[in-house]
Write a protein that binds this ligand. Structure first.
Ligand code: ZN
Length: 202
């Protein structure tokens, strides 16, 4: 490693900080970047720059977008009284891709995980409760992942929203328990939304 030029080592360090990229992969990727034609490499650098400059969080639903409010919150054809709560933007994109959900969203950016010190105030739950309180939301559809953390998060949201008289439902569990929304196909998601049920306290 030591024999690499400082710039290469630096690039490997930065790449190695990415999720799922170990030292070996970082080394391989750095060589890939080095071997790129100049214009292609600059395109990659510009893409990173643009994402940081242009993409921000929607002040209503917390989703990522290039406008605030995001294009979904701005869309008057959608049902703004129905809010689907997801853990991550990629879950929202999966549901959008399925192409039949007509409500709006709320993106938590995580789930409650006491073992990992993620408390309710660390994710966007307060903002959801504010929305429910002030914007006349009738139904909140919880689409957190069907695993322990997702269920703990769903239960906490139910406790916060129930006193406000908001109907809280949860996606039907067509998906095998523990599977992630992002891997579900459109038909499974359609069934899960159509079959949603009022959430049960256990
Ligand atoms: Zn939005």
């Amino acid at each position: 490693m030591k024999s690499y030029p400082e710039s290469m080592l630096n690039l490997m360090r930065e790449l190695g900080r990415m999720p799922g990229v170990g030292q070996k992969s970082a080394e391989r990727l750095a060589h890939y970047v080095l071997a790129l034609p100049h214009d292609d490499a600059m395109q990659l650098a510009t893409a990173i720059q643009n994402v940081k400059q242009n993409v921000s969080h929607c002040s209503i639903c917390c989703n990522i977008g290039e406008t605030d409010p995001c294009h979904i919150c701005k869309d008057h054809r959608r049902d703004h009284k129905k809010v689907c709560v997801v853990e991550q933007p990629k879950d929202l994109f999966t549901i959008e891709k399925a192409g039949f959900y007509e409500g709006v969203y709320h993106v938590l950016f995580g789930h409650i995980d006491p073992l990992d010190n993620v408390e309710p105030e660390d994710i966007n739950i307060d903002k959801l409760v504010d929305r429910a309180r002030n914007n006349g939301i009738q139904e909140v559809i919880i689409a957190t992942n069907p695993n322990l953390e997702g269920d703990v998060t769903a239960m906490y949201i139910l406790e916060q929203l129930e006193p406000l008289g908001v109907k809280v439902t949860q996606l039907a569990r067509g998906m095998p328990s523990g599977s992630y929304l992002e891997y579900a196909n459109s038909a499974v998601i359609a069934d899960a939304i159509h079959g949603r049920k009022s959430i049960q306290k256990d």
